[in-house]
Structure formats: structure tokens, C-alpha cells
Design a protein around this ligand. Sequence first.
Ligand code: DC
Length: 233
Amino acid sequence: MNFHIAIDGPVAAGKGTISRLVAERLGYLYVDTGAMYRMTALLAINAGVDPKDEDTVAKLVENSKMEMRTPSENEKDGRLSTIFLDGEDVSWKIRTEKVSLGASSVAQLPKVRKILVKKQQEIAKGQSVIMEGRDITYRVLPDADLKIFLTGSDVVRTKRRLTQLQAKGEDVTFEEVLRDLIKRDKQDMTRSTDPLKIVDDAIVIDTSDLSIQQVVEIIVSKAKIMIEKKNNA
Ligand code: DC
């Protein structure tokens, strides 16, 4: 029996960290779909292509090889996944602010989304996964067993993102991070193709006043009840 957990939510709601921990607890594969949009942005940047040039960007994605795996022992440097683009480990290269903004831009291209959604559905086929992104609960895995919408206040999310960026040595201020976060949220929620939204059958969890462990517990306990029900059905 396969069990699919779909998680959507805005920037820095804790989707990655929480999904990785839930995946470890349940022994499922963790899939970071944002990494695929980030790799797409990196492809465009490396090729000197305008991230709004839909046909050229879509071609770059089609001809690329995107792979993800659980970090091995010697890769445990804080990353949540090890990400390969055409055989190169880009786990950290895709985490800069430049790539973040580029990802939000290429994510608006319908042709790019179509290719990436298909890749994501293929990954989920035949195995239990916890997949996170912006359109997982209604586009990528509309029949997911458990749907979660993770959110948090702008200030809390900005603080989290700032801590992550400063830990990597990026020289950014609270105001800059807040501005980028609001800009990306707006782009993600207002784009015409598959914007970020809350579906009726999703459980909404506001992470502002909860610890990571508390959120993980909520999701794992919900999942366990549902997995048992599914197994006995
Ligand atoms: O989750 P993230 O910050 O790594 O995502 C990078 C960008 O990709 C973000 O601007 C939203 C976009 N994205 C998307 O449109 N659909 C997804 N399923 C995942 C991410």
C-alpha cells in the first residue's frame, strides 16, 4: 500500500524541514518540488537565458536530468536533500536569493510547470512519498491521502529565512528578506497557472507559535491513524 502526503504553503513556512523529519519518521521518500523550479532557474541563469522566455526555458528543462536523494553520511552539512542537475551536485547553488527569485519567475511559465508536474507525478508513482511545494495538494497529487497547508506570519517566516541565509554567510538585512518574501508570496499566489492556494480538504497548520517538533508530531500522528485505516480497508 502506498500513502501520499501532500504539503503546500508559502515561503519559509517550514515545509522542507518538517517534511524531511516526517519522511524519516515514516520511512517515506521526501520530495522537494521547489528544488526543481530552482534547478530550472539555475539552468536559465547558466545559459544566459531570460527566465521569461518560455519556449527556451522549457527546452532547457526537457533536456536536463534532475535527481534527488536522501543525503548520504558524508553529505550531511545541513541540506535536506542532495540535488543533482545533469550530474552536478547543486544542493547549495540553488539556495541563493538570485536563484530564489529566478525560480519564482520560471514557475509562472505554464510549459515549464507541465513538464515538472509530470516528473513529480512519476516520482510518486508506486511509492509512499511526502511531497511539498505550492500545487501538490490539487495539481500534482490531487488524490493524496493527507493534505496539509503549512503557513506562518510574515515576521516569523522572515526571521527563519534570515537565519538560514546568514548561516550561509549571505549579507542580507531583515527588510531585504521581508521584501523578497512578500514579492515571492505575491508571485506564487497571483500567477495565472496553478497559484498557491488552500484546498477545502487540506488541514491548515499555522507554524508561527509551534516548534518544528510539535508540527512534526501533529502530521505524523494524523498520518499514522490514516495509514492504519487504509491498511485495514
Ligand atoms: O519552495 P521553494 O522556495 O524552494 O520554491 C521555489 C519557487 O518555486 C517558489 O517561488 C515557488 C515555486 N514553486 C512552485 O511554483 N510550485 C511548486 N510545486 C514548488 C515551488
